[in-house]
Design a protein around this ligand. Structure first.
Ligand code: UDX
Length: 447
Protein backbone atom coordinates (compact mmCIF):
# COMPACT_ATOMS: atom_id res chain seq x y z
CA UNK A 1 0.00 0.00 0.00
CA UNK A 2 1.13 3.58 -0.54
CA UNK A 3 1.87 5.24 2.78
CA UNK A 4 3.17 8.67 3.73
CA UNK A 5 4.52 9.52 7.16
CA UNK A 6 4.80 13.16 8.23
CA UNK A 7 7.48 13.63 10.89
CA UNK A 8 10.70 11.61 10.87
CA UNK A 9 11.11 11.59 14.65
CA UNK A 10 11.23 8.58 16.82
CA UNK A 11 7.73 7.28 16.21
CA UNK A 12 7.54 8.24 12.52
CA UNK A 13 10.87 6.72 11.52
CA UNK A 14 10.36 3.42 13.32
CA UNK A 15 6.80 3.04 12.00
CA UNK A 16 7.86 3.95 8.46
CA UNK A 17 10.80 1.53 8.43
CA UNK A 18 8.71 -1.34 9.78
CA UNK A 19 5.92 -0.74 7.24
CA UNK A 20 8.49 -0.62 4.43
CA UNK A 21 10.06 -3.85 5.70
CA UNK A 22 6.83 -5.81 5.10
CA UNK A 23 6.55 -4.42 1.58
CA UNK A 24 4.54 -1.19 1.80
CA UNK A 25 5.72 1.73 -0.30
CA UNK A 26 6.57 4.43 2.24
CA UNK A 27 7.51 8.10 1.81
CA UNK A 28 8.62 10.08 4.87
CA UNK A 29 8.24 13.85 4.89
CA UNK A 30 10.03 16.22 7.23
CA UNK A 31 10.69 19.96 7.23
CA UNK A 32 14.33 19.39 8.17
CA UNK A 33 16.42 19.10 4.98
CA UNK A 34 19.54 18.07 6.89
CA UNK A 35 17.72 15.18 8.53
CA UNK A 36 16.50 14.02 5.11
CA UNK A 37 20.02 14.29 3.61
CA UNK A 38 21.53 12.36 6.52
CA UNK A 39 18.93 9.60 6.31
CA UNK A 40 19.60 9.22 2.62
CA UNK A 41 23.28 8.73 3.51
CA UNK A 42 22.25 6.07 6.03
CA UNK A 43 22.83 8.28 9.07
CA UNK A 44 20.08 7.65 11.61
CA UNK A 45 19.40 10.53 14.03
CA UNK A 46 18.60 8.31 17.02
CA UNK A 47 20.10 5.23 18.62
CA UNK A 48 17.61 2.39 18.54
CA UNK A 49 18.59 -1.28 18.35
CA UNK A 50 17.95 -2.75 14.89
CA UNK A 51 16.79 0.49 13.30
CA UNK A 52 19.85 1.40 11.23
CA UNK A 53 19.98 -1.80 9.13
CA UNK A 54 16.20 -1.69 8.69
CA UNK A 55 16.26 1.88 7.38
CA UNK A 56 19.29 1.28 5.16
CA UNK A 57 18.05 -1.93 3.54
CA UNK A 58 14.59 -0.55 2.80
CA UNK A 59 16.00 2.72 1.52
CA UNK A 60 18.35 0.79 -0.78
CA UNK A 61 15.48 -1.42 -1.94
CA UNK A 62 13.45 1.71 -2.77
CA UNK A 63 10.54 0.97 -0.37
CA UNK A 64 11.44 3.81 1.95
CA UNK A 65 12.05 7.37 0.75
CA UNK A 66 12.77 10.63 2.52
CA UNK A 67 11.79 14.07 1.30
CA UNK A 68 10.95 17.62 2.34
CA UNK A 69 8.51 17.87 -0.58
CA UNK A 70 5.15 17.89 1.21
CA UNK A 71 3.16 18.04 -2.04
CA UNK A 72 4.81 14.89 -3.39
CA UNK A 73 4.30 13.25 0.00
CA UNK A 74 0.58 14.00 0.10
CA UNK A 75 0.09 12.88 -3.50
CA UNK A 76 1.91 9.60 -2.81
CA UNK A 77 0.00 8.23 0.17
CA UNK A 78 -3.49 6.87 0.28
CA UNK A 79 -2.78 6.51 4.00
CA UNK A 80 -1.13 9.51 5.64
CA UNK A 81 0.32 9.26 9.12
CA UNK A 82 0.81 12.30 11.32
CA UNK A 83 3.78 11.48 13.56
CA UNK A 84 5.07 14.96 14.40
CA UNK A 85 5.92 16.14 17.90
CA UNK A 86 3.41 17.40 20.44
CA UNK A 87 5.71 19.22 22.86
CA UNK A 88 4.29 20.52 26.13
CA UNK A 89 3.52 24.24 26.06
CA UNK A 90 4.19 26.46 29.11
CA UNK A 91 1.41 24.95 31.23
CA UNK A 92 2.15 21.31 30.30
CA UNK A 93 -0.70 20.94 27.76
CA UNK A 94 0.22 19.24 24.49
CA UNK A 95 0.93 21.82 21.81
CA UNK A 96 -0.89 20.84 18.61
CA UNK A 97 0.62 23.38 16.24
CA UNK A 98 2.71 20.83 14.32
CA UNK A 99 -0.17 18.33 14.06
CA UNK A 100 -2.54 20.97 12.73
CA UNK A 101 0.10 22.31 10.33
CA UNK A 102 0.33 18.82 8.79
CA UNK A 103 -3.48 18.66 8.56
CA UNK A 104 -3.42 21.94 6.65
CA UNK A 105 -0.65 20.72 4.35
CA UNK A 106 -2.52 17.50 3.59
CA UNK A 107 -5.68 19.45 2.75
CA UNK A 108 -3.72 21.87 0.57
CA UNK A 109 -2.27 19.16 -1.67
CA UNK A 110 -4.79 16.34 -1.51
CA UNK A 111 -6.05 15.24 -4.88
CA UNK A 112 -8.15 12.19 -3.98
CA UNK A 113 -9.54 10.38 -0.93
CA UNK A 114 -7.07 10.20 1.96
CA UNK A 115 -7.03 8.42 5.29
CA UNK A 116 -5.33 10.69 7.82
CA UNK A 117 -4.00 8.76 10.80
CA UNK A 118 -2.97 10.38 14.08
CA UNK A 119 0.02 8.47 15.42
CA UNK A 120 1.31 11.22 17.69
CA UNK A 121 0.08 11.16 21.28
CA UNK A 122 -2.60 13.82 21.20
CA UNK A 123 -5.25 15.01 23.65
CA UNK A 124 -8.77 13.67 23.37
CA UNK A 125 -10.60 15.70 20.74
CA UNK A 126 -7.59 16.25 18.47
CA UNK A 127 -9.02 14.13 15.64
CA UNK A 128 -11.99 16.51 15.57
CA UNK A 129 -9.59 19.45 15.33
CA UNK A 130 -7.68 17.77 12.50
CA UNK A 131 -10.94 17.12 10.68
CA UNK A 132 -12.02 20.75 11.15
CA UNK A 133 -8.64 22.03 9.95
CA UNK A 134 -8.79 19.89 6.80
CA UNK A 135 -12.37 20.97 6.10
CA UNK A 136 -11.57 24.67 6.63
CA UNK A 137 -8.54 24.48 4.36
CA UNK A 138 -10.44 22.64 1.63
CA UNK A 139 -13.20 25.21 1.84
CA UNK A 140 -10.80 28.14 1.64
CA UNK A 141 -9.22 26.58 -1.45
CA UNK A 142 -12.61 25.84 -2.92
CA UNK A 143 -11.77 22.14 -3.20
CA UNK A 144 -13.81 19.11 -2.35
CA UNK A 145 -12.18 15.80 -1.49
CA UNK A 146 -13.25 12.90 0.72
CA UNK A 147 -11.13 11.94 3.74
CA UNK A 148 -11.23 10.01 7.02
CA UNK A 149 -9.44 10.77 10.26
CA UNK A 150 -8.31 7.83 12.41
CA UNK A 151 -6.69 7.67 15.83
CA UNK A 152 -4.06 4.93 15.89
CA UNK A 153 -1.77 5.57 18.87
CA UNK A 154 1.64 3.90 19.12
CA UNK A 155 2.79 1.93 22.16
CA UNK A 156 6.46 1.45 21.38
CA UNK A 157 9.14 1.60 24.04
CA UNK A 158 12.46 3.23 23.37
CA UNK A 159 15.20 0.64 23.19
CA UNK A 160 12.71 -1.97 21.96
CA UNK A 161 10.85 0.14 19.41
CA UNK A 162 11.53 -1.99 16.34
CA UNK A 163 10.43 -5.24 17.97
CA UNK A 164 7.44 -3.53 19.63
CA UNK A 165 6.38 -2.28 16.22
CA UNK A 166 6.98 -5.62 14.48
CA UNK A 167 5.19 -7.58 17.20
CA UNK A 168 2.61 -5.24 18.74
CA UNK A 169 0.53 -6.34 21.77
CA UNK A 170 -2.43 -4.53 20.30
CA UNK A 171 -3.34 -2.30 17.38
CA UNK A 172 -5.81 0.35 18.48
CA UNK A 173 -7.99 1.80 15.74
CA UNK A 174 -10.25 4.67 16.66
CA UNK A 175 -12.48 5.30 13.68
CA UNK A 176 -16.03 6.00 12.57
CA UNK A 177 -15.38 4.83 9.01
CA UNK A 178 -15.73 1.26 7.73
CA UNK A 179 -13.55 2.12 4.76
CA UNK A 180 -10.72 3.38 6.98
CA UNK A 181 -10.97 0.35 9.25
CA UNK A 182 -10.76 -2.01 6.27
CA UNK A 183 -7.71 -0.20 4.87
CA UNK A 184 -5.90 -0.11 8.21
CA UNK A 185 -6.58 -3.77 8.86
CA UNK A 186 -5.02 -4.47 5.47
CA UNK A 187 -2.04 -2.22 6.24
CA UNK A 188 -1.36 -3.97 9.54
CA UNK A 189 -2.23 -7.53 8.42
CA UNK A 190 1.48 -8.60 8.33
CA UNK A 191 1.67 -7.73 12.06
CA UNK A 192 -1.68 -9.23 12.93
CA UNK A 193 -1.19 -12.95 12.65
CA UNK A 194 -1.90 -15.79 15.12
CA UNK A 195 -4.70 -13.90 16.87
CA UNK A 196 -6.53 -10.66 16.10
CA UNK A 197 -4.69 -7.82 17.79
CA UNK A 198 -6.84 -5.11 16.26
CA UNK A 199 -9.12 -3.39 18.77
CA UNK A 200 -11.54 -0.96 17.17
CA UNK A 201 -13.38 1.77 19.00
CA UNK A 202 -14.61 5.32 18.60
CA UNK A 203 -12.00 7.99 18.03
CA UNK A 204 -12.13 9.66 21.45
CA UNK A 205 -11.78 6.36 23.29
CA UNK A 206 -8.70 5.53 21.21
CA UNK A 207 -7.18 8.91 22.04
CA UNK A 208 -7.84 8.38 25.74
CA UNK A 209 -6.53 4.78 25.62
CA UNK A 210 -3.05 6.03 24.84
CA UNK A 211 -2.97 8.43 27.79
CA UNK A 212 -4.58 5.91 30.11
CA UNK A 213 -1.91 3.30 29.25
CA UNK A 214 1.03 5.60 29.91
CA UNK A 215 -0.52 7.16 33.00
CA UNK A 216 -1.30 3.73 34.45
CA UNK A 217 2.35 2.67 34.01
CA UNK A 218 3.62 5.95 35.49
CA UNK A 219 1.22 5.42 38.40
CA UNK A 220 2.65 1.97 39.08
CA UNK A 221 6.15 3.44 39.24
CA UNK A 222 5.26 6.37 41.49
CA UNK A 223 3.25 4.03 43.71
CA UNK A 224 6.29 1.78 44.12
CA UNK A 225 8.53 4.76 44.78
CA UNK A 226 6.15 5.87 47.50
CA UNK A 227 6.20 2.41 49.09
CA UNK A 228 10.03 2.47 48.79
CA UNK A 229 10.11 5.74 50.71
CA UNK A 230 7.94 4.13 53.37
CA UNK A 231 10.13 1.02 53.43
CA UNK A 232 13.11 3.23 54.14
CA UNK A 233 11.39 4.82 57.09
CA UNK A 234 10.00 1.54 58.44
CA UNK A 235 13.33 -0.29 58.12
CA UNK A 236 11.90 -2.67 55.49
CA UNK A 237 13.50 -3.68 52.18
CA UNK A 238 11.54 -2.69 49.07
CA UNK A 239 13.14 -5.46 47.01
CA UNK A 240 11.47 -8.08 49.24
CA UNK A 241 8.21 -6.16 49.10
CA UNK A 242 8.45 -5.97 45.29
CA UNK A 243 8.85 -9.75 45.04
CA UNK A 244 6.08 -10.23 47.53
CA UNK A 245 3.48 -8.17 45.71
CA UNK A 246 4.58 -8.98 42.15
CA UNK A 247 3.77 -12.64 42.70
CA UNK A 248 0.09 -11.70 42.75
CA UNK A 249 -0.88 -11.95 39.08
CA UNK A 250 -3.34 -9.09 39.54
CA UNK A 251 -0.36 -6.85 40.34
CA UNK A 252 2.38 -8.54 38.28
CA UNK A 253 6.14 -8.02 38.24
CA UNK A 254 6.32 -5.41 35.50
CA UNK A 255 6.75 -1.70 36.13
CA UNK A 256 7.08 -2.03 39.88
CA UNK A 257 10.80 -1.31 40.01
CA UNK A 258 11.52 1.52 42.43
CA UNK A 259 14.21 3.95 41.40
CA UNK A 260 15.34 7.55 41.05
CA UNK A 261 12.20 8.48 39.07
CA UNK A 262 10.81 7.93 35.60
CA UNK A 263 11.89 10.05 32.64
CA UNK A 264 11.71 9.91 28.85
CA UNK A 265 9.63 11.57 26.22
CA UNK A 266 6.32 10.00 27.23
CA UNK A 267 5.48 9.50 30.89
CA UNK A 268 6.31 12.97 32.25
CA UNK A 269 4.69 14.72 29.28
CA UNK A 270 1.61 12.51 29.09
CA UNK A 271 0.83 12.61 32.81
CA UNK A 272 1.07 16.41 32.74
CA UNK A 273 -1.00 16.67 29.57
CA UNK A 274 -3.81 14.53 30.98
CA UNK A 275 -3.82 16.59 34.19
CA UNK A 276 -4.19 19.75 32.07
CA UNK A 277 -6.86 18.20 29.81
CA UNK A 278 -8.77 17.11 32.91
CA UNK A 279 -8.65 20.66 34.28
CA UNK A 280 -9.93 21.96 30.96
CA UNK A 281 -13.10 19.86 31.36
CA UNK A 282 -13.51 20.90 35.01
CA UNK A 283 -12.02 17.81 36.67
CA UNK A 284 -9.09 17.59 39.07
CA UNK A 285 -7.09 14.42 38.33
CA UNK A 286 -5.88 13.92 41.90
CA UNK A 287 -4.16 10.58 41.39
CA UNK A 288 -2.22 11.86 38.38
CA UNK A 289 -1.23 15.06 40.17
CA UNK A 290 0.24 12.91 42.92
CA UNK A 291 1.98 10.61 40.43
CA UNK A 292 3.75 13.65 39.03
CA UNK A 293 4.57 15.13 42.44
CA UNK A 294 6.04 11.84 43.73
CA UNK A 295 8.17 11.53 40.60
CA UNK A 296 9.42 15.09 40.91
CA UNK A 297 10.62 14.41 44.45
CA UNK A 298 12.03 11.01 43.52
CA UNK A 299 14.45 12.62 41.06
CA UNK A 300 15.91 14.59 43.99
CA UNK A 301 16.44 11.44 46.04
CA UNK A 302 20.05 10.62 45.11
CA UNK A 303 21.12 14.19 45.74
CA UNK A 304 19.40 14.09 49.13
CA UNK A 305 21.29 10.92 50.07
CA UNK A 306 24.55 12.48 48.93
CA UNK A 307 23.98 15.68 50.88
CA UNK A 308 22.98 13.66 53.92
CA UNK A 309 26.15 11.56 53.68
CA UNK A 310 28.41 14.59 53.23
CA UNK A 311 26.70 16.89 55.74
CA UNK A 312 25.48 19.19 52.97
CA UNK A 313 28.92 19.88 51.58
CA UNK A 314 30.16 18.39 48.30
CA UNK A 315 32.06 21.44 47.13
CA UNK A 316 35.13 20.34 45.19
CA UNK A 317 34.18 16.64 45.33
CA UNK A 318 34.52 14.54 42.19
CA UNK A 319 31.62 12.23 41.40
CA UNK A 320 31.86 9.10 39.24
CA UNK A 321 28.47 8.98 37.50
CA UNK A 322 27.38 5.80 35.69
CA UNK A 323 24.43 6.18 33.33
CA UNK A 324 23.04 9.32 31.75
CA UNK A 325 20.18 8.20 29.48
CA UNK A 326 16.67 8.06 30.99
CA UNK A 327 16.77 4.26 30.67
CA UNK A 328 19.07 1.63 29.12
CA UNK A 329 19.41 0.98 25.36
CA UNK A 330 18.77 4.53 24.29
CA UNK A 331 20.74 7.77 23.99
CA UNK A 332 17.66 9.77 24.99
CA UNK A 333 18.23 12.18 27.87
CA UNK A 334 14.78 13.76 27.89
CA UNK A 335 13.62 14.18 31.50
CA UNK A 336 16.43 11.86 32.64
CA UNK A 337 17.04 11.65 36.39
CA UNK A 338 20.77 12.05 35.72
CA UNK A 339 20.11 15.62 34.59
CA UNK A 340 18.45 16.65 37.83
CA UNK A 341 21.31 15.05 39.76
CA UNK A 342 24.09 16.63 37.69
CA UNK A 343 22.50 20.05 37.89
CA UNK A 344 22.15 19.81 41.68
CA UNK A 345 25.75 18.58 42.03
CA UNK A 346 27.04 21.45 39.93
CA UNK A 347 25.06 23.99 41.95
CA UNK A 348 26.68 22.50 45.05
CA UNK A 349 30.17 22.86 43.53
CA UNK A 350 30.92 19.20 42.67
CA UNK A 351 32.62 17.90 39.53
CA UNK A 352 30.92 15.16 37.52
CA UNK A 353 32.94 12.46 35.73
CA UNK A 354 30.36 10.58 33.69
CA UNK A 355 30.10 7.56 31.47
CA UNK A 356 27.18 6.21 29.44
CA UNK A 357 27.41 3.60 26.65
CA UNK A 358 25.25 5.69 24.27
CA UNK A 359 24.32 9.10 25.66
CA UNK A 360 27.73 10.83 25.81
CA UNK A 361 27.24 12.83 22.62
CA UNK A 362 23.79 13.89 23.73
CA UNK A 363 25.18 15.02 27.10
CA UNK A 364 27.85 17.03 25.31
CA UNK A 365 25.20 18.58 23.07
CA UNK A 366 22.99 19.50 26.04
CA UNK A 367 25.63 20.88 28.38
CA UNK A 368 28.50 21.88 26.07
CA UNK A 369 32.01 22.29 27.43
CA UNK A 370 32.11 23.01 31.11
CA UNK A 371 34.85 22.49 33.63
CA UNK A 372 32.68 20.58 36.05
CA UNK A 373 31.63 17.96 33.47
CA UNK A 374 34.12 15.37 32.29
CA UNK A 375 32.90 12.73 29.85
CA UNK A 376 35.04 9.63 30.24
CA UNK A 377 35.73 6.83 27.75
CA UNK A 378 34.87 3.92 30.07
CA UNK A 379 32.98 3.35 33.30
CA UNK A 380 36.28 2.51 35.01
CA UNK A 381 37.83 5.81 33.91
CA UNK A 382 35.17 7.75 35.82
CA UNK A 383 36.67 6.35 39.03
CA UNK A 384 40.06 8.03 38.53
CA UNK A 385 40.39 10.65 41.24
CA UNK A 386 36.70 10.31 42.17
CA UNK A 387 35.43 10.64 45.73
CA UNK A 388 32.21 8.62 45.41
CA UNK A 389 30.07 6.90 42.79
CA UNK A 390 26.45 7.24 41.63
CA UNK A 391 24.33 5.07 39.31
CA UNK A 392 21.41 6.65 37.44
CA UNK A 393 20.68 4.11 34.65
CA UNK A 394 20.53 0.32 34.81
CA UNK A 395 22.66 -0.53 31.76
CA UNK A 396 23.48 -4.27 31.70
CA UNK A 397 27.20 -3.51 31.70
CA UNK A 398 26.89 -1.88 35.13
CA UNK A 399 25.40 -4.94 36.82
CA UNK A 400 28.58 -6.88 37.63
CA UNK A 401 31.37 -4.32 38.01
CA UNK A 402 34.80 -4.89 39.56
CA UNK A 403 33.94 -3.97 43.16
CA UNK A 404 37.57 -4.23 44.30
CA UNK A 405 38.48 -1.63 41.72
CA UNK A 406 35.63 0.63 42.79
CA UNK A 407 36.71 0.32 46.40
CA UNK A 408 40.38 0.97 45.72
CA UNK A 409 39.81 3.93 43.40
CA UNK A 410 37.24 5.94 45.33
CA UNK A 411 38.64 8.15 48.06
CA UNK A 412 35.46 7.45 50.02
CA UNK A 413 34.13 4.01 49.02
CA UNK A 414 30.44 4.82 48.85
CA UNK A 415 27.98 4.05 46.06
CA UNK A 416 24.63 5.80 45.64
CA UNK A 417 22.52 3.52 43.48
CA UNK A 418 19.35 4.94 41.91
CA UNK A 419 18.42 1.60 40.30
CA UNK A 420 18.99 -0.99 43.05
CA UNK A 421 21.49 -3.03 41.05
CA UNK A 422 23.40 -4.66 43.89
CA UNK A 423 22.84 -6.65 47.07
CA UNK A 424 23.49 -4.45 50.11
CA UNK A 425 25.02 -7.39 52.00
CA UNK A 426 27.61 -7.99 49.30
CA UNK A 427 28.50 -4.33 49.23
CA UNK A 428 29.14 -4.44 52.96
CA UNK A 429 31.37 -7.49 52.41
CA UNK A 430 33.35 -5.50 49.86
CA UNK A 431 33.70 -2.69 52.35
CA UNK A 432 31.63 -0.29 50.25
CA UNK A 433 28.97 1.84 51.85
CA UNK A 434 25.79 1.51 49.83
CA UNK A 435 22.76 3.75 49.46
CA UNK A 436 19.93 2.33 47.38
CA UNK A 437 16.25 3.18 46.93
CA UNK A 438 13.92 1.88 49.63
CA UNK A 439 16.35 -0.57 51.15
CA UNK A 440 16.09 0.84 54.65
CA UNK A 441 18.45 -1.68 56.18
CA UNK A 442 21.27 -0.46 53.97
CA UNK A 443 20.57 3.24 54.16
CA UNK A 444 21.98 4.48 57.40
CA UNK A 445 20.50 7.42 59.12
CA UNK A 446 18.18 8.82 56.48
CA UNK A 447 15.05 8.20 58.53
C1 UDX B 1 6.85 4.36 27.57
C2 UDX B 1 5.83 3.20 27.48
O1 UDX B 1 6.41 2.03 28.11
C3 UDX B 1 5.47 2.93 26.03
O2 UDX B 1 4.48 1.90 25.97
C4 UDX B 1 4.92 4.22 25.42
O3 UDX B 1 4.57 4.03 24.08
C5 UDX B 1 5.94 5.33 25.56
O4 UDX B 1 6.31 5.50 26.93
P1 UDX B 1 9.49 4.63 27.23
O5 UDX B 1 9.30 6.05 27.64
O6 UDX B 1 10.32 4.32 26.04
O7 UDX B 1 8.06 3.94 26.94
O8 UDX B 1 10.16 3.86 28.45
P2 UDX B 1 9.79 2.82 29.59
O9 UDX B 1 10.56 1.58 29.41
O10 UDX B 1 8.33 2.68 29.74
O11 UDX B 1 10.40 3.56 30.87
C6 UDX B 1 9.99 4.87 31.26
C7 UDX B 1 10.68 5.31 32.53
O12 UDX B 1 10.17 4.60 33.64
C8 UDX B 1 12.20 5.10 32.56
O13 UDX B 1 12.80 6.25 33.12
C9 UDX B 1 12.39 3.90 33.48
O14 UDX B 1 13.62 3.91 34.14
C10 UDX B 1 11.24 4.10 34.45
N1 UDX B 1 10.79 2.84 35.09
C11 UDX B 1 10.22 1.85 34.34
C12 UDX B 1 10.91 2.69 36.48
O15 UDX B 1 11.42 3.59 37.17
N2 UDX B 1 10.44 1.54 37.06
C13 UDX B 1 9.87 0.54 36.35
O16 UDX B 1 9.46 -0.46 36.95
C14 UDX B 1 9.75 0.70 34.94
Amino acid sequence: MKVTVFGIGYVGLVQAAVLAEVGHDVVCVDVDQRKVDNLEKGEIPIYEPGLTPLVKSNFDAGHLKFTTDAKAGVEHGELIFIAVGTPPDEDGSADLKYVLAVAETVATYMNNHKIIINKSTVPVGTADKVRAKVNDTLESLDKSCGFDVVSNPEFLKEGAAVSDCMRPDRIILGTDSEHAEKKLRELYSPFNRNHDKVITMDIRSAELTKYAANCMLATKISFMNEIANLAERFGADIEHVRHGIGSDPRIGYQFIYPGCGYGGSCFPKDVQALVRSANAVGYTARILESVEAVNYDQKEKLFEYIMHHYNNDVKGKTVALWGLSFKPNTDDMREASSRVLMERLWEAGAIVQAYDPEAMEETQRLYGDREDLRLMGTKEATLNGADFMVICTEWQMFRAPDFELIKSKLTDPVVFDGRNLFEPKRMTEYGIEYYAIGRGLSVKGTQ
